[in-house]
Design a protein around this ligand. Structure first.
Ligand code: ZN
Length: 146
């Protein structure tokens, strides 16, 4: 918060300096201090307007990028891997499943195209008997065996 205020103050100082220097020609033109002040305020307003416009576009760009990343994350979250048995030859295949699509795959062994039917079932929510770290170790060992 304190850093933000310092940045805002520095930015304001820079804007005011640019306005003060930019308005100098109007001072020499008519030797009129009111001309100088009017030019000074117009330049200040113009800089603030352009700065806000710039910030708006940067914000929009950041929002768009954030949304793209969010969508990409959701997509990868919805991918599951499933071991499934080929309907033609009975070979087990590891298949990528997309939750919201019709899933098909080609069997590694017989090269036949399979369709995947997803069934759901309910289960009671239980507490793990083993601590999480211990369970993770066991799963790692199982994964290494294939
Ligand atoms: Zn097969």
């Amino acid at each position: 918060m304190k850093g933000k205020i310092v940045v805002i103050i520095y930015a304001l100082i820079i804007v005011l300096i640019i306005s003060a220097i930019g308005a100098l020609p109007s001072l020499f033109w008519n030797a009129s201090f009111s001309n100088y002040l009017v030019t000074f305020f117009i330049l200040t307003a113009l800089q603030l307007f352009i700065g806000n416009l710039w910030n708006y576009f940067v914000d929009q760009k950041n929002k768009l990028q954030f949304e793209q990343v969010t969508v990409a994350n959701k997509l990868t979250d919805s991918i599951q891997y499933l071991k499934t048995i080929c309907a033609y030859c009975g070979t087990s295949n590891l298949v990528k499943i997309f939750i919201n699509e019709n899933n098909t795959y080609v069997c590694e062994a017989c090269k036949q195209k399979n369709s995947i039917q997803i069934q759901t079932s309910s289960a009671r929510i239980t507490k793990p008997i083993m601590p999480k770290a211990e369970l993770a170790e066991i799963f790692n060992k199982l994964d290494n065996k294939g």
